[in-house]
Design a protein around this ligand. Structure first.
Ligand SMILES: NC(=O)C1=CN([C@@H]2O[C@H](COP(=O)(O)OP(=O)(O)OC[C@H]3O[C@@H](n4cnc5c(N)ncnc54)[C@H](O)[C@@H]3O)[C@@H](O)[C@H]2O)C=CC1
Ligand SMILES: O=C(O)[C@@H]1CCC=N1
Length: 270
């Protein structure tokens, strides 16, 4: 099975890195990348074949993964319009809807929309998937196998939910990194050097996430176990409640989902 990525940026690199680590052959993976420096990096460091354009050689694949920015998509896929025959086309772009992609591809509907995230690079991603009804069960299995090689997969029931997946898990790693930044900064302001503060912050997030992932208890119960009455954790959580952390995170994730929907509206309008 030959897999071709259109766009060899951050997310394509994360997916390819994860796939190679899980035993996919570099010779089965190609990347269409317009930037020469990125092409050289992909050939030399990652070992995959590269193409400068989405030409016949690039389209000689079974799965075409669309991994350019949403704003770049229409122009980037134009060369494939009317030239697709059997390929399953998988878009990882935020916001863009299957109906618009199908139209841009010359009414080609063997399309799957999915939303991975960057921990795919270390096999710890989580991906939401939605397929056009015309995509066969066999083709869905193939796409699921690719994404499952880089982490967990979740099929969703309606395409509209993809904006929520994007807001929660697609963008989610950035929220966690931001929280780590905040913890690190607090550590530095209390006198630690950056390395020590970072080690304490990352170790804590990693350990807590692993504990939550392996536990039958809810995150709320695990939080309560850390929180002694009248103790240090309670003092910190009171400040977080005063700042309405739960509401703030909810509003942030709502904003991400709204932005995904707006991107789909804006870019699909013409
Ligand atoms: N970065 C992330 O965490 C995630 C990103 N996504 C989606 O993945 C897509 C890609 O995002 P990133 O990898 O972050 O972007 P990026 O900007 O790092 O990568 C896009 C790549 O496509 C190339 N490109 C643009 N137009 C091209 C064309 N016409 N032909 C060939 N190559 C072209 C660019 O040179 C660039 O290397 C976006 O649609 C985004 O919504 C989805 C999940 C997570
Ligand atoms: O920020 C973005 O638009 C993309 C989609 C999910 C993660 N990065």
């Amino acid at each position: 099975m030959k897999i071709c990525f259109l766009g060899g940026g951050n997310m394509a690199s994360a997916l390819i890195g994860g796939m190679l680590a899980k035993g996919f052959a570099a010779s089965d993976i190609a990347v269409v990348e317009r930037d020469e420096t990125s092409r050289a990096r992909l050939t030399e460091r990652v070992g995959v074949q590269t193409h400068a354009a989405l030409d016949a050689a690039a389209l000689d694949c079974d799965v075409l993964v669309l991994a350019v920015k949403p704003q770049q998509m229409r122009e980037a896929i134009a060369p494939a319009a009317g030239k697709l025959t059997h390929q399953v086309v998988v878009s990882i772009a935020a916001g863009l809807r299957l109906g618009d992609l199908a139209r841009w591809l010359g009414n080609y509907s063997r399309l799957v929309r999915c939303m991975p995230n960057t921990p795919a690079l270390i096999g710890a991603g989580v991906t939401g998937l939605f397929a056009d009804p015309s995509v066969s069960a066999e083709a869905r299995d193939i796409i699921e196998r690719i994404l499952a090689s880089v982490g967990q997969t979740v099929w969703i029931d309606s395409e509209a939910q993809m904006d929520a997946v994007t807001a929660l898990s697609g963008s989610g790693p950035a929220y966690v990194f931001h929280f780590i930044e905040a913890m690190e900064a607090a550590g530095v302001s209390m006198g630690f050097d950056t390395d020590t503060a970072r080690k304490l912050a990352i170790g804590t997030v990693l350990g807590a996430a692993q504990l939550a992932a392996g536990s039958d208890e809810s995150p709320a119960v695990l939080r309560e176990r850390v929180t002694s009455k009248g103790g240090t954790t309670a003092a910190a959580l009171a400040v977080m409640a005063e700042g309405d952390l739960i509401g703030l995170v909810g509003r942030a994730i709502d904003a991400a989902a709204a932005r995904g929907k707006a991107l789909g509206d804006e870019l699909g309008a013409d």
